[in-house]
Design a protein around this ligand. Sequence first.
Ligand code: PLP
Length: 389
Amino acid sequence: MRRVYLDYSATTPVKKIVLDEMIPYFTEKFGNPSSLYELGASAKTDLNISREKVAKLIGASEREIYFTSCGTEADNWAVIGSARLKKKYGNHIITTKIEHHAILHSCEYLEKNGYEVTYIGVDEKGIVNLKELEDAITSNTILISIMFANNEIGTIQPIKEIGEIAKKHNILFHTDAVQAVGNVDINVKELGVDMLSMSAHKIYGPKGIGALYIRKGLILPSYMNGGAQENKRRAGTENLAGIVGFGKAAELAKEGLDEHIKKITSLRNYFIKEVLDKIPNVYVNGDLEKRLPGNANLTFEFIEGEALLLYLDMNGISVSTGSACSSASLVPSHVLDAIGIPVEKIHGSLRFSIGDFTTKEDLDYTVEVLIKVVDKLRSISSVSNEKGW
Ligand code: PLP
């Protein structure tokens, strides 16, 4: 059976060239970067070369990159670390209703510990309203955390403008760029962000390695207690092979960014057009322009998304009903809810995410299967409609 992977927003395969670069670090180059002898010193050198590559991808200096175990840890550190750092100046944080759970649950944790959080909404395209953001600021606001690009509907926020607002009010600004890095041209200096989270497994690197960019001069308190790794800010023996893989993946992403954006956007637009042309009552969720290149979040009316997902899986096609972490539950997506999609339509929504190994033939096959499966599911659907499906 043909296998078509259309869930690149959940995770990406490690590129062969990335894996090849990592392998020696499990065997002959296995040294601990903290060790003083040659094996450790060369590990430390290679670690810092990778740090430079990750920094370059977002226009940062290598001293501003702190490796973490994943994007989730980077998000937790940024939000909770900022709250601790700025405690004496206030207890108010602003974020959005459409953040990843790594941010939302960190904010909930802070709410239980004496902080106040404002969750601002987004419009029907999934974009934050800058006036609503500015109106939410109080004299107690210490942090704004707004994601760069959404993991479910792919919408890209006006990060530069948010950075200007944060700066004007002297408030720290963090952005969760786990989905945006490697898919959008990012320069932290031009954007005015203080902290930015990333994760290697979204850019064809390994799982279990992420990073937090922390602007020079911002002394975010350490989140882990232990050794002096990562300039005394993130204790724990470094995941050297993972870091080397992250570095290589970042280097490849930087080199191929323009080509990647062009190719993936064109495939995505082709897929959306084919689906809308060939299947009635399908809608695209999220802004069509300010959007990640590979994201197509579609609502299929009169259908249960989970049933559609399972039928697609039986035909070798992997997609998602939302973010991978929430897809195990049947709780309607908080993101689709925030853009005003009614519950029954949320249940008929799927996220298709296209990546570097997707071909036009993969998409043609997916459309062919979708036509049959959607028709079949609508014919047995208990959800009545005026067209008589
Ligand atoms: N933030 C966003 C927007 C994500 O999409 C994800 C993962 O899906 C994360 C954070 C968490 O990253 P990680 O899987 O590296 O913990």
